[in-house]
Design a protein around this ligand. Structure first.
Ligand SMILES: Cc1cc2nc3c(=O)[nH]c(=O)nc-3n(C[C@H](O)[C@H](O)[C@H](O)COP(=O)(O)OP(=O)(O)OC[C@H]3O[C@@H](n4cnc5c(N)ncnc54)[C@H](O)[C@@H]3O)c2cc1C
Length: 368
């Protein structure tokens, strides 16, 4: 019997597993069906947009700020453990109003952020051009958030995977969990290959988390929101800051003069692969802001599925004795993963929810 079985080896499941293994000599298994294209975690832009994403001082905003602060040391620890560099960068993020209609909202966000952090500033047209080495063509309202960094999400996910392997956690590949059943003092986890018993189970199945918990009728429901991403390359483009437009398009500079351009949003779409329409929207929007991108090469394109809940409020809860649901991190799962790993591991070991994570409860209509 395992002490803890974690279903889902995205950044959420693996961050919990990694911290748990540091805490105690627990026997832990992480299970994933590993279908190509189904891990959102490998597909993400890698933005650590703790301030970019929020306009109110909520429990989620506080988690995001704390989690962002972990990344510098986490990137060093992961490099020591795995030899994988997750390309942590601290060049900041520029948020830009995509239309006249968005200017007031961006000003309100600036006001909120600047009251709490004076390093957040508005940018004049000239200071924006200077910051972006003259690469940008933009004259609406823009603000600069210097502390929102970024990483390479694919390398981060690979580093977590290598780290949990190094730590002796059992990793069951190409294994689908078919059902979960509560027995007297443990859970029966029926997989495509075998039956496992576990004292505690964590469902971290991203956008598919509901499927295993139908008996509990959990609210809010988790829905998949598909995003398409392009990776462009331009040898002469000198842009360091992430650009984030209020229409949802963003440009994240990566190593080797590559620029990740994201992302479309298709609600309740679980398909894998890109569409010409999505690719064109991204390319045209990005090139409208950064004209040099018109002559860039498309190196790669892909899609991923974000776990979304109403009001974009994640679920982190013990929904039955020893059964935890941790999902719904939508556009911020990479950013939030270190703190969630830490807090959920504390909860699982101590049988007490840490106060920082108590506001993310699910409702269940059926008590088994
Ligand atoms: C295009 C895109 C851009 C993004 N950009 C950012 C960003 O810049 N910054 C940021 O912070 N976040 C970003 N995100 C969001 C982030 O990627 C997600 O919030 C995060 O990866 C979710 O992690 P997860 O572990 O919950 O889910 P996933 O990574 O989806 O992992 C869930 C896993 O569970 C497995 N699974 C599900 N059901 C079963 C089952 N029954 N049996 C076995 N295995 C199962 C799946 O195979 C999957 O591997 C982005 C997402 C996308 C798609």
């Amino acid at each position: 019997m395992y002490d803890v079985v974690i279903i889902g080896s995205g950044v959420i499941g693996m961050s919990i597993a990694r911290t748990l293994s540091d805490k105690d000599s627990l026997s832990i298994a992480v299970i994933d069906r590993d279908v190509p294209g189904l891990h959102a975690s490998y597909k993400a832009g890698g933005m650590l947009g703790a301030q970019n994403e929020f306009v109110q001082d909520t429990a989620l905003y506080q988690l995001a700020l704390r989690s962002r602060d972990y990344f510098k040391s986490l990137s060093q620890d992961l490099y020591k453990e795995t030899n994988i560099n997750i390309d942590y960068q601290e060049h900041g993020l520029i948020k830009m109003a995509a239309s006249e209609d968005d200017i007031e909202c961006l000003k309100a966000q600036y006001h909120f952020l600047n009251q709490r952090d004076r390093s957040v500033t508005t940018l004049s047209e000239n200071s924006l051009k200077d910051l972006c080495n003259d690469s940008i063509d933009f004259n609406h309202h823009a603000i600069y958030i210097p502390n929102d960094g970024q990483i390479n999400a694919s390398k981060y996910t690979k580093a977590l995977l290598k780290s949990i392997n190094n730590k002796g956690i059992d990793r069951l590949y190409h294994t689908e969990v078919k059902s979960l059943k509560r027995l007297k003092d443990c859970y029966k986890v029926q997989t495509s290959h075998s039956i496992l018993l576990a004292k505690k189970v964590v469902v971290a199945g991203g956008a598919w988390s509901n499927d295993l918990l139908e008996n509990y009728q959990i609210e809010p429901k988790v829905t998949g929101v598909k995003g398409v991403v392009l990776l462009l390359e331009h040898e002469h483009l000198n842009l360091k800051q992430t650009l984030f437009m209020t229409n949802g398009c963003y440009i994240v500079p990566k190593r080797g003069n590559r620029f990740l351009v994201g992302a479309t949003s298709y609600v309740d779409d679980y398909s894998v692969g890109t569409s010409t329409e999505g690719e064109q929207w991204l390319f045209n929007k990005a090139a409208a802001y950064i004209p040099l991108l018109n002559s860039s090469n498309i190196i790669h394109k892909w899609s991923g599925i974000r776990p979304y809940t109403d009001h974009e409020w994640p679920i982190m809860d013990e929904i039955d004795n020893g059964l935890f649901l941790v999902t719904g991190h939508y556009r911020n799962g990479i950013l939030l993963s270190p703190i969630i790993g830490k807090l959920m591991a504390e909860w699982i070991v101590n049988d007490q929810p840490p106060s920082l994570i108590k506001d993310f409860k699910a409702k269940r209509s059926v008590h088994l």
